[in-house]
Ligand binder design. Sequence first.
Ligand SMILES: [Fe+2]
Length: 290
Amino acid sequence: MKPIQMKRWRNWWKMRHTDKEDNKDAFRSGPHNDQMAEGDEDLREMTRQLELMNTLVKVVEAKDPYTAGHVWRVSQYAKQMAEKLGWGTKQIAWIEAGAMLHDLGKIGVGDAILQKDGKLSEEEFAEIRKHPEIGVHLIETSTFLSAYMHGIRSHHERFDGKGYPERLHGHHIPIEARIIALADTFDALTSHRPYRKAMSADEAIAIIEQNRGTQFDPALTDIFVGIAKEAGFASIILHSAPAIPLVHCPQHGEIIERTRHAKPGDAAYCPACKKSFRLAEQDGRWMVVM
Ligand SMILES: [Fe+2]
């Protein structure tokens, strides 16, 4: 791709991830035809691929509604890591996109297991542990999506070699997978679950640090912790999109997703209560009512 095309694509990617009302068409459908030069085929192809990828992400989230916004948050933590590492524009966009696809293989895991509230049996855990390889199987014949294969396959590997599916260790684990592993765990810890409240960022960082060098790459852990302490991740934690915080459920905390175009009175589903509420808004703060 030529630099000018890359810049235009990058601008569109950034625009998609902002909350400006006047960008809503771009958020929905990518660049308008009149924004593209005649014959700008690379850009058109990239746009088609990203739209396809967005659809895949929505399919994964529909399977596992408890993780509202998880994919977006993981991609944002990974992006910040890549920026701190001094990666180029293309590599940053690549890991941001790859992080969005990391759990694609959950499409192949049964709903009864993914959506189970109680403790999982050893057999059920074994089923969940298949998702990295299912994900690889889904994308390996796509020349576009196979660029994200290592992040999908290896994001549950551990630095000490005790992870899955291949028990890779240290720098044998591809860097994108080592970054996604940190982002994925931090997001799980700072998100509410039906059986426990979300941890604060400080509590989650303390756990990440305890696992430095065992679960996580020590050098990448230091960078992740450094970003968290320096700039904070407040605009990402408990959000499902830029400037869209999750809505508070009276019983389960911030867990309900509000779409960008939702209006007061619209239905909002709590994945923990497993029922719908109505959205209400007061002084810019969103809540749910019966
Ligand atoms: Fe995963």
